[in-house]
Design a protein around this ligand. Structure first.
Ligand code: BES
Ligand code: ZN
Length: 572
């Protein structure tokens, strides 16, 4: 098997199978320090190379405290520095004492002013290759690990992790993850967090002032869990909890096992954005159980998860809602394919990523082209057979990290007669013309009304109902002049919406129409760190000749954003 292009690890040297982590969270120094005890599959001598990024390694010993020589290689700008430990005798356990750098790429340290509680906050984001900036290990999904942790935090602060909580001893909290996970699922958040029970095996954590709203917004999680189990088999991770983070969190959600991380921008007050929760929950099967072997096979995580998310949505809310979601995503996918094409970037589902930064490759293609491929196979063989295939796939590869080749071999074995021409999907850029389409008459009507809007009587303008409908409607508008944009916002109640997706869409439209209110723009950009909501705004500024304003906002707020957001906005 080709080695992971995003890791220095050589699995022939040995495999890390368990991490025993003892960490202190130092908010003043903005670092984590402590030790990582790595268990290896078997004791062996010889070199062992681990991934690191800007870690300060103080000492490496074996389990008996005997020092082991090590050297830190030159840092690669994307991969970080290889740490090679030299084992002159058979070693089955390594103990590394270290601390993280203040600019560790997995860490986001938030000041009191950036949180709802007015207290500092720390969160991690390890996918795809940031785990190495907080712990030295073989940072490839191929090297699955179990872990336990003892985390010491300042008094009054509460840590949550992608693991089962254990005993607490003063300010030290224990955790245990007994199932093997890829290192990108290591996760920690520390802040003023309180729990709210949602059901027998689900609860949501949030800062106190947000907790009740969060509990209301995500109350459907038990139903989602039941629907998902019905479709994909038993939930294998015991509890399913979630934590609502401060607005600076760079994502909509992150599927950290047992503890999904969520942006507070999902709290719209009407449960209209909970598909993100369904998506992260679905990763409990597609992604966390069956995992991509490396970032070249990321579509196996995300394409399958979008498919699963829409099946859950369909089970809960019906076919039209699921189809609307697919239709809106199709518009975004085609826009992104065109943009990437112009920038000379690939849009195949799998391609050589050696020398490429996973954060820079991140886009909708693995999600939505992946979804469309699975939908095409489903349409070819019929839903009942595809459902059996899906369950068999999850069962066959549970707790494994697999490549596109593994998927293809299993597909050929289980559905030999599917008849879908796979090569254009997998290896060629763009979207095959045969890609499935989902009929959504309401969106078609909204789309043509939007395209014809300028010059028509406002009394005839439609009023889209659901958020996906509004977003679709907005996506189909031509460039509007200022008065029309304002009249439209008034007509459909866009201004002052609590819905962050709609606010982002409105701000982008208002910028393009030259009627954006600068204070409103400033308030949004200053409080939200989610790349998906910020990127359209930056693009709108650049497209309307306001590159300086974009630069000014980036300069003033970049320190509040995660590195992946900073990077994405620099090239938006
Ligand atoms: N696993 C992803 C987030 C991710 C991907 C982080 C790659 C870092 C590298 C997560 O499941 C995700 O896809 N989140 C989406 C949700 C949406 C597709 C419903 C998001 O954050 O917008
Ligand atoms: Zn996902």
């Amino acid at each position: 098997m080709r080695a992971d292009p995003h890791s220095h690890a050589d699995l022939e040297q040995g495999r890390v199978t368990h991490l025993s982590w003892v960490l202190t969270v130092d908010f003043e120094a903005r670092c984590l320090h402590g030790e990582a005890r790595l268990s290896l599959a078997e004791a062996a001598s010889g070199p062992l190379t681990l991934d690191t990024r800007s870690l300060h390694i103080h000492a490496v010993t074996d389990a008996d405290g005997r020092p082991l020589p090590f050297d830190l290689g030159t840092a690669d700008p994307i991969l970080g520095a290889p740490l090679t430990v030299h084992r002159d005798h058979p070693v089955g356990e390594l103990v590394l004492r270290y601390r993280t750098a203040t600019d560790a790429s997995a860490l986001l340290w938030l000041e009191a002013a950036q949180t709802a509680s007015g207290r500092p906050f720390l969160l991690t984001q390890c996918q795809a290759i940031h785990a190495r900036s907080i712990v030295p290990l073989q940072d490839t999904p191929r090297a699955r690990i179990t872990y336990d942790a003892a985390i010491t935090v300042p008094g009054e602060m509460v840590p949550v992790m992608s693991a089962a909580p254990g005993a607490r001893d003063g300010d030290t909290w224990r955790f245990d993850m007994p199932q093997p996970i890829p290192p990108y699922l290591l996760a920690l958040a520390v802040g003023d967090l309180v729990p709210r029970d949602l059901g027998p095996r689900t609860r949501v954590f949030a800062e106190p002032s947000v907790a009740d709203a969060a509990a209301w917004e995500f109350a459907d999680v038990e139903r989602m869990l039941a629907a998902a189990e019905d479709l994909f088999g038993p939930y294998r991770w015991d509890r399913y909890d979630a934590v609502v983070l401060p607005g600076a969190f760079p994502l909509g959600g992150m599927e950290n096992p047992r503890m999904t991380f969520l942006t507070p921008t999902l709290i719209a007050g009407d449960r209209s954005l909970v598909n993100v929760l369904a998506h992260e929950l679905a990763h409990s099967w597609t992604g966390n159980l069956v995992t991509n072997a490396d970032n070249e096979h990321f579509w196996l995580n995300e394409g399958w998860t979008v498919y699963a998310e829409r099946r859950i949505l369909e089970a809960l809310e019906g076919t039209e809602v699921a189809h609307q979601s697919a239709a809106l995503a199709r518009v975004r996918l085609e826009e992104q394919i065109a943009r990437r094409h112009d920038a000379g970037q690939r849009t195949a589902l799998t391609y050589d990523q050696a020398g490429l930064d996973p954060d820079a490759e991140f886009c909708l293609v693995p999600y939505e082209k992946g979804f469309l491929l699975l939908a095409a196979i489903e349409q070819a063989v019929g839903r009942p057979r595809f459902d059996r295939f899906t369950r068999a796939y999850i069962e066959r590869f549970a707790f494994q990290s697999i490549t596109t080749g593994d998927f293809l071999a299993f597909l050929a074995e289980q559905l030999p007669d599917h008849g879908v021409d796979l090569d254009p999907w997998l290896y060629e850029d763009g979207l095959p013309p045969s890609a499935p389409r989902f009929p959504v008459p309401r969106l078609d009507a909204l789309g043509s009304a939007a395209r014809d809007l300028p010059g028509t009587d406002p009394a005839t303008w439609p009023r889209p109902q659901r958020v996906a409908e509004t977003l679709y409607f907005l996506s189909q508008l031509p460039l509007l002049d200022g008065p029309t944009a304002l009249a439209l916002a008034e007509h459909i109640g866009l201004r002052g919406t609590r819905n962050a997706e709609l606010r982002s869409a409105w701000l982008s439209l208002a910028i393009r129409a030259g009627v954006v209110e600068e204070a409103e723009l400033e308030a949004f950009v200053g409080s939200v760190g989610r790349t998906k909501l910020l990127a359209p705004i930056v693009r709108a500024l650049v497209a309307s000749g306001r590159r300086d304003r974009a630069q000014d906002l980036r300069q003033r707020y970049a320190s509040r954003w995660h590195v992946s957001t900073r990077q994405a906005l620099a090239t938006a």
